[in-house]
Design a protein around this ligand. Sequence first.
Ligand SMILES: [Zn+2]
Length: 424
Amino acid sequence: MSSTSFLCQRCNKPLKISQELWAMQRRSLEAQHHASPSPKMPVSGKLQARTSRRQHPDRGRTSQESACCTFTLLGEPSTQRTLDSIQNTILETFEIVSGQKDVEHPLCVDCMDGLLEELDAQLTLVEADNQKYKSFVERESLVSEEEREALHVELRAELQSLEQEEARLAQELKDMDQQHARIEAELKAAEAESRELEQQEEQHWKDYAALTMEQLELTDELSSLENRLAHAQGQLQYLSKTDILNITFTILDDGPLGIINNFRLGRLPRIQVEWKEINAAWGQTAFLLFTLSKIAGLQFQRYQLVPRGDHSYIKSLTDDGMLLLFSDGSHNVFYDNKFDRGMKAFLDCLQQLVKVLEKEEGIFLPYRIHVKGGMLEDATGSGECYSIRTHLNTEEEWAKALKFMLTNLKLILAWASSRYYCKT
Ligand SMILES: [Zn+2]
């Protein structure tokens, strides 16, 4: 018997039963067998119930419980309770209540404490309910018929009021639902608007970035234009102060030969200047007289100057002939060659300009021009005249006449330069 083990009915912990308990159980069972049956519950019925329970161990009990059939189970109601099991439970409960049987639970100490606390709590609740029921019964017995009727009327009025309140609250709930739906729709609309605004904002920032980039490019362009304008203004200021005539034409007359723009005009027996250089010098001289006539606003009579480098010439307006201002050195064979006539015509043109300047500007030149004879006179000096023609002339006198002519042109150039400078 001592080798039989028990388990706690709740936590399945193994339980060790002392020998004294075994002896007590055995004596209890023997006493039950010899005791007289209860007047309300015959022993045969009890034994029959227990025998029946042994024959059906699966009915609400485990195998361990079946092996120790004298324990009473608590807190595990069977879902398949039969009349037999109910009868057994009632029988055992009756035995416990009547003191014929001790309550024996195979429970550990912890589970027992928990079970007791649980039963205490249930007992407390039951007692409270009992007190309530008792107070209700007492009050009901004290209330008269009139008072009960009045209470019913009052309760019905209160019920009606509560129903109205319920209807009002239901309506309010319905209104709240409608309002909620409306607010939800407004929220969706606001969210859509918000998304649209976000897209607009994004587009705005893109436009802003593009405009900023354009502004930077335009600022760069403006800065570049301002720099170019400042440079152009500097150039303009420099050029406005520049004497274009003096830069373009340089005349030297302090040597044996007159020189214009580094080209010698004339030749001497000891200074044999190439005719190409003389022709180039004549071209520069013709261009100078042409420019001076434009500055003075003079239109030449009888002739038209055509400056064309070392092949410049003068066009006669009377007979439409070409009078040359260049030669190859073979011109002096004939008396009235085109080179000599060209130089005479040039003197004529120069004299027309000198007359204008003498008349309008009061300029007087040191060398007087005699157009008819093609001569230049040293009016302020020796008074000698030198021919500009080559025919029947010496190279010295020809060179001197050309030099006098260049000196006159140099003075006119100085006047024109000052006038041109003052105009700008
Ligand atoms: Zn336990």
